[in-house]
Ligand binder design. Structure first.
Ligand code: HEM
Length: 158
């Protein structure tokens, strides 16, 4: 236990072999480590801690085990709607997705051999991008009409 009251995940030492297989157990290790670190991240930590009360972390982590099990092992264990859930997360911004991915990539690379870390990271990038688009892309946003204006300006030879 540390000051947040959560168990500290086992950390890798030089004697530990890096994980070389995607299993339910290695997913648990990744998820526990990632969310242990995210709670202390200067930008992401406050968002997670505002939304997830100390006693709600265990069910959140269970959900995330199921999510990554569905993604990596196609187990179908996760049932949910991430877009709808993230729409309710206060303070989430498009820029934070880059920080989320940086931390996820660092965690996966620390725990897994490179080929497996890459498998996680490729999936995470795709999901992050589709989540970010679903949450923030607006076809009628100002930059879209800017592009239309530029197109019509150049059509007029300006
Ligand atoms: C800026 C980036 C992100 C932030 C701040 C964020 C924050 C959160 C928070 C606070 C929750 C808990 C919501 C609740 O239970 O009320 C949550 C749930 C979740 N997040 Fe994220 N998230 C981010 C990116 C991602 C990405 C990139 C993924 C997937 C690769 C992801 C997957 C999930 C899933 C599966 C849940 C559980 C949804 C459910 O309840 O069914 N999140 N996120």
């Amino acid at each position: 236990m540390d000051t947040t009251g959560e168990p500290i995940p086992k950390t890798m030492t030089e004697d530990d072999a890096q994980l070389h297989e995607v299993t339910e157990a290695s997913i648990i290790h990744l998820v526990d480590t990632f969310y242990h670190d995210i709670r202390r991240h200067p930008l992401l930590g406050p968002i997670f801690n505002a939304r997830i009360a100390p006693d709600a972390w265990a069910p959140h982590l269970e959900k995330m085990y199921a999510f990554w099990s569905s993604v990596m092992l196609t187990s179908g264990r996760y049932k949910g709607n991430p877009v709808a859930v993230h729409q309710q997360v206060g303070g989430i911004t498009p820029e934070l997705f880059g920080h989320w991915l940086d931390l996820f990539e660092a965690t996966a690379s620390r725990l897994f051999v490179p080929a497996i870390a890459e498998e996680f990271v490729v999936k995470a990038r795709r999901i992050a991008e589709s989540l970010r688009l679903a949450l923030f892309f607006r076809p009628d946003a100002p930059w879209s009409s800017d592009l239309r204006d530029r197109a019509s300006s150049s059509a007029k030879g300006i």
